[in-house]
Design a protein around this ligand. Sequence first.
Ligand code: UD1
Length: 372
Amino acid sequence: MKQFHIDVIVGARPNFMKVAALYSVAHKYPSLNLRLIHTGQHYDRAMSDVFLSDLKLPQPSCSLEVGSGSHAKQTAQVMHRYEDWVIESDPDLCIVVGDVNSTIACALVAKKCGVPVAHVEAGLRSHDETMPEEINRILTDSISDLLFVTESSGIANLAREGRAQDQILFVGNVMIDTLLQLRDTASKLAYHDKLDFKEGEYAYLTLHRPSNVDSPEQLQAISQEIEWLAVQLPVIFPVHPRTLNSLKEMKLLSRLEKCSRLHMVEPVGYLESLSLTMYSRVVVTDSGGLQEETSALGIPCLTLRHNTERPVTVSLGTNILIKDDWKLFRETITRICSGEPLSDIAPIPLWDGKTSERILSHCCGYLKTRSA
Ligand code: UD1
């Protein structure tokens, strides 16, 4: 039996959960040899290794160890180093996930070396080109051969951009595959207990978008709302390294440290984050993944952004876009604290735990047809 070599690219924190779903079903496709390529965009233990172990991912076949840098430097380093690997190891397919710099860097290298590219989480659009991720999404989709879509907005966006119907594959959401596989483990972990918080009686806060944490005015405004939030409800806040740097530089850290009900901790791993989410009263975030995870779990999510590339989380899920409307933020938190139900939610099509099987099955068919 011919074996096809597939490079599966990870680089930054949210990538690990997505590829873990593919690895969990890979044994059903013996003709596919998945090779994990870690670009090293994220490198701290809390941002990388802990995900490999939580998610039982294999050690990478190749570590590019690029580290941090400006967008151009980081993207260029990934390209430079991944090209050497591609030339040496001749992959049959390159699977990239999400929208981080490693995603576009590896997609571009593979495509120019004649290796077809599959993009998992294709078609998402915030329509906000000030977001680095939006540029990465548009460019990656424009050169991908297989476009695996999580929600119907993705089909419409790709069709509008002129992508061929037969390349657009509506398969669902690999993040939700991983969530469903590890929900019981995360539930038993009850991480809030370890931090001395009570089930349903705390807010889980995450924050890392440049639009929120790189601007002093915006971070100042958000810090003020965090202080208010902590008066209403205890808050658990794992602080992303980008955010920590900004809070220190902008002299906001010591002010937040004085909030007695705000518990700032190091970035947490996947199981801890899922556990904190499922037992929280509300999640306040600017993360894309948490908008999806809260929707799947039925936990209210207040998103500190003007837009979302994941509109299904608003229309069918639990997501509310705050758009810097702090009156809306405070009113919604007050309603949640008083136990008032928010709007109805409905199951999201194909977020059923079987997405990775659909993806690998398509890849198998595609590679067999291509090599015939
Ligand atoms: C990246 C992604 C973003 C994703 C986020 C998840 C891009 C453009 N952005 O943003 O889409 O939502 O990851 O976390 O790809 N740092 C460390 N240790 C690390 C990694 C980073 O200390 O292991 C610090 C460095 O100071 C670095 C900064 O965090 O300069 C930002 O890291 P970077 O990878 O550039 O972007 P993120 O903000 O993490």
